[in-house]
Ligand binder design. Structure first.
Ligand code: URP
Ligand code: ZN
Ligand code: ZN
Ligand code: ZN
Length: 485
């Protein structure tokens, strides 16, 4: 047959539009898209279904030790399976450098861990130790090998970098055209809050949210945007959780700075009241930055509509409610010593579909942009994220009308809870293909063991962002030149 697979009679959805039609696959690639396509060794009836680009999850923690050494509950097998059940055909977890490690060692380590993935993958590095060796050799080699993004932190004692180090690493990213992701919370402000709360004996999970005020995020986002503007580097602000943070991003973008950002379903759906449960139960809702309040949720949705955010990601950081995860430091540990993070890789897209598209906050085409097209463009997965002949046949088939309450069993991860338990969701992915191969078919796992492959990513496509004040800060052009008004 001319085509291996033809998905017919569905509604094909791209970031530009939607139409009734068929999609043909040959040799793992999209071969044709049209109104009626005949043939196909395998013909899949997508009547009443949406045919979308497979989701790209660009923020998740899989088989990763936190800086304090806690291993996530999901490895590449369970993490990729859960991602696929959530409509994703590829993902970009983090490969974390611990201080003293070479970048080569980190990439080798994660290369081994990722062999069990059932969907395609890349990594964002986490850089905690930007030594000269890392800046001049480790990072350039990683960029060359297709790891074209990395995350830095302004918080956590074992991760945070100072402003001078930030300027150095941003300059390296700028030089090579890579993109720097940043976790923005002011470390000293949080430690000061922790000390005051400890003095008063406040150790319960709810104080985690108190200890990390909105001011701490806003201060750090403002500082990081300023540093990135000075060197005119591309900056991606991860998990924005505050109105003030979103406003800073929006302003920087309006000025033309190369600033990009994401928020996550937990910041749109949960509040600090969720941490306020009997005993240690609130630990399930501890993540950093913390979930806020309903006013913030409305503000973040309005920024989603206004285009402040490029991506909506899960920040899947799975730590079980036991001694392997949240309570690694004991069942009675204070909030400062618990595993921080929430699972949600299977819920990111169903949540965004149900609360976004079905409730009329975003369009179906926006949904494709947030879930696949934008992460593909910004993180250089140039063969993915769009339905276009010649590109990888990474496809998700959705039932837009199925309504059901979310349960832990729907997550197919290695967790013992989901923060989205009981939430009524309309619209669920039913089938996922990666490079034309089935991963999930009619809500059943049919993947071949380890069928995911490493994706060497291109440099980010920054679109129309012109950059900010290169003229002001370029000495060769600036002497005697008029400073930009
Ligand atoms: O608390 C969280 N979100 N843990 C995951 C690590 C991170 O900073 O994204
Ligand atoms: Zn090691
Ligand atoms: Zn983070
Ligand atoms: Zn994260």
């Amino acid at each position: 047959a001319e085509f291996d697979t033809v998905i017919h009679s569905g509604t094909i959805v791209t970031s530009e539009g939607s139409f009734a039609g068929d999609l043909a696959i040959r040799d793992g690639r999209i071969a044709a898209i049209g109104e009626k396509i005949a043939g196909g060794a395998q013909r899949i009836d997508a009547g009443g279904r949406l045919v979308l680009p497979g989701g790209i999850e660009s923020h998740c923690h899989i088989a990763q030790e936190s800086s304090s050494g806690i291993m996530t509950a999901d490895d590449y097998r369970s993490g990729s399976v859960s991602a696929a059940f959530g409509g994703n055909s590829s993902f970009i977890p983090f490969a974390a450098q611990h201080r003293g490690q070479s970048i080569r060692h980190v990439l080798d380590t994660y290369g081994e861990r990722a062999k069990s993935s059932v969907i395609d993958y890349g990594w964002h590095l986490i850089v905690s130790d930007p030594s000269d060796e890392v800046l001049t050799k480790g990072l350039p080699e990683a960029f060359e090998a297709g790891v074209t993004s990395f995350k830095v932190f302004t918080t956590y004692d074992l991760l945070n970098l100072g402003d001078a180090e930030m300027l150095k690493i941003l300059s390296v990213a700028k030089k090579y055209g890579a993109i720097t992701m940043v976790h923005s919370e002011n470390n000293a402000m949080i430690k000061w809050m922790n000390a005051r709360l400890a003095e008063d004996g406040h150790t319960a999970p709810r104080y985690h949210a108190v200890s990390r005020p909105e001011l701490a995020e806003e201060e750090a986002i403002h500082r990081m945007i300023s540093l990135a503007k000075l060197v005119d580097a591309a900056l991606f602000v991860v998990h924005v959780s505050t109105r003030g943070g979103a406003e800073l991003v929006a302003r920087a973008r309006a000025e033309g700075a190369k600033v990009f950002a994401e928020t996550c379903p937990q910041y749109l759906s949960l509040t600090r009241d969720d941490l306020d449960r009997p005993g240690q139960e609130g630990a399930a809702y501890i993540c950093s930055p913390p979930v806020r309040d309903t006013d913030t949720q409305e503000a973040l949705w309005s920024h989603i509509r206004r285009g402040t955010f490029d991506c909506i990601t899960s920040d899947h950081a799975p730590y079980r409610m036991d001694a392997t995860g949240k309570f690694v430091n004991g069942a009675d540990a204070p909030y400062t010593k618990m595993g921080s993070g929430m699972p949600g890789i299977a819920m990111r897209l169903p949540y965004l579909f149900s609360e976004g598209v079905v409730k009329g906050r975003i369009t179906l085409n926006d949904f494709v942009r947030f879930s696949a097209a934008n992460p593909a463009r910004l993180f250089g997965m140039t063969r993915k994220g769009r339905l276009h002949p010649g590109l990888d046949a990474d496809i998700a088939i959705w039932n837009p009308e199925l309504t059901k309450r979310a349960t832990l069993a729907d997550m197919h991860d290695n967790m013992d809870y989901t923060p989205f338990e009981g939430m009524e969701i309309t619209g669920w992915p039913e089938s996922v293909l990666t490079r034309g191969a089935w991963v999930i078919r009619d809500r059943a796992l049919v993947a071949q063991e380890g069928q995911g492959r490493f994706v060497a990513r291109a440099l980010p496509d920054l679109g129309a962002a012109p950059g900010w004040n290169a003229i002001e800060t370029d000495p060769s052009r600036n002497f005697g030149a008029k400073i930009r008004p």
